[in-house]
Design a binder for this molecule. Structure first.
Ligand SMILES: [Zn+2]
Length: 236
């Protein structure tokens, strides 16, 4: 089995990478990883800095592209209001032009709920699961089950994974069955809003009130409250 080993000794550049990787979000910092894998003379420190134009305080032109710089009323729209569940969330209502994107940290508590019931979206989606142990980046530290197609083909996943879901393709239930270490779960749609149709009839009647089912026509949620849906708890 091939294995990429990142040497963490000595140089400032690598010291930077170590510091980033040590943080909880370290595994998600692709730029830092690229820097670590680049030849030694092309690291971040060696790169020339941009021409800096001092911004006028309080008038940052591009703050609209940062979820951290949006005002609560700009960020807390739709799922953006569910800050106890999503570590980051964005869609076209929150940042104009941005696709639907969510990332959450799933802990042991995720195994206590049935999960998302069968559904399809108008647009394709990708589901990404990442482990959080920098010393064992190829381990997920968790297991989930996802059913695919109207046939309900069962797949068990226990490694870092990307699952591609074509548009108008029935998928789920999605259920987290085991968590030995909290893991990062990302859902990204190829659309600015989630357009979703649920299929309650594909699960036994006694499970229909246990799974999450969402029906969303993709219309703007600006100025509206969240549609009622029982969502899984965030990592604890
Ligand atoms: Zn889906």
């Amino acid at each position: 089995m091939s294995h990429i080993r990142i040497d963490k000794r000595n140089t400032t550049r690598r010291g930077f990478v170590r510091e980033v990787a040590a943080g909880a979000a370290g595994v998600a910092v692709a730029g830092a990883l690229r820097a670590a894998l680049a030849p030694a003379n092309e690291g971040l420190i060696a790169a020339p800095g941009p021409m800096i134009q001092a911004p006028v305080p309080g008038e940052l032109k591009y703050r609209k592209y940062f979820t951290t710089e949006l005002k609560p009323e700009e960020l807390e729209i739709g799922y953006g209001a569910m800050k106890n569940m999503f570590m980051v969330f964005c869609d076209g209502d929150i940042i104009e032009g941005c696709q639907f994107f969510s990332a959450m940290l799933m802990g042991e508590s995720a195994t206590k709920v049935a999960g998302h019931g069968p559904h399809k979206h108008r647009d394709p989606e990708v589901l990404v699961a990442l482990g959080t142990d920098p010393d064992h980046p190829h381990e997920l530290g968790a297991e989930y089950i996802i059913y695919m197609g109207p046939e309900m083909e069962k797949h068990v996943v226990n490694k870092p994974s990307l699952v591609f879901i074509p548009g108008n393709f029935i998928h789920c239930p999605f259920t987290v069955t085991k968590v030995t270490r909290p893991f990062i779960f990302i859902e990204a749609q190829y659309a600015q809003k989630d357009i979703e149709t649920s299929f309650r009839d594909l699960v036994p009647a006694d499970m229909r009130n246990k799974y999450i089912f969402i029906d969303s026509d993709g219309s703007s949620q600006k100025g509206k409250t969240m549609p009622k849906a029982k969502m899984p708890p965030s990592a604890k």
